[in-house]
Design a protein around this ligand. Sequence first.
Ligand code: GLU
Length: 309
Amino acid sequence: MPCQSSEQLNELVLKAKKFTKQGKVADYIPALKKANRDELSIAIYHPDGTCISAGDIQQKITLQSISKVLTLALALTDCGEAEVFKRVGYEPTGDPFNSIVKLETNKVSKPLNPMINAGALAVTHMIKGKSIEERFGRLLTFIRELTGNSGISYSKEVAVSEFETSHLNRSLCYFMKQHGVINEEVEGLMDLYTKQCAIEMDCLDLARIGLVFAMDGVEPKTEKRLLPAYVARICKTFMVTCGMYNASGEFAIRVGIPAKSGVSGGIMGAVPNRFGIGIFGAALDEKGNSIAGLKLLEMLSVEYSLNMF
Ligand code: GLU
């Protein structure tokens, strides 16, 4: 059943919005502290090009960890499956996204999956290009294609704010450099990674990307293939197993769709063969997921029978 109307969606947003009060805005990246804790917005993009939305959908958010799905898609397209999984594994960790512990305790010192920071840094390392600028430019071009929006860019303020405070991410890079997972200069990789995390868009753009994944890599309106089907499949699988931090198991049971969240409070969802979802709600729960965004998805999943399991 398609989602009926923006009015219906609005009612669900009003119900879910109450939960923002129980969450906290991310503050370990100083620029993210400025976000408004009370906001909640959603856009749903259907294959026929129609969109329904609720809340302040013009509000732009930085992708943060949602970008990890997109860099994975680009690295897989650039290097192929075999090459990518030489440097990063397939398994969920159960640890926080920025944890270093498994890098040391695992026998083969490679990150367990591409959705944790260590894995995402290893994936960003594989994006091809002669310089950081060229690699970032390729990522932006790819994201502009996925959204159909040539105006997509990044927030310099958020990128600089993270670059200046990313000590833990730097330590993940140095650890992986020691073990041969990455072999480039750490500062350059951090520059690229913090810019990727600071790429900005609104909920509608996010929902359009979700739709491309939902449709196995094809933009349904133009029928243009933007991703190989196997790349869309791998990305969606990681979204299910590790997309919602170490709450991914509970999310799979309660909501049951491929989704990826970020510490800015964004969530991108891909309901297979049905629609793409973009959500923004800056107040986070203790695991780092948008607290009201999760409630909203739980309600949507029941209301529209989204659970694929
Ligand atoms: N830029 C953030 C970091 O690396 C992304 C984290 C997230 O959204 O989970 O810490």
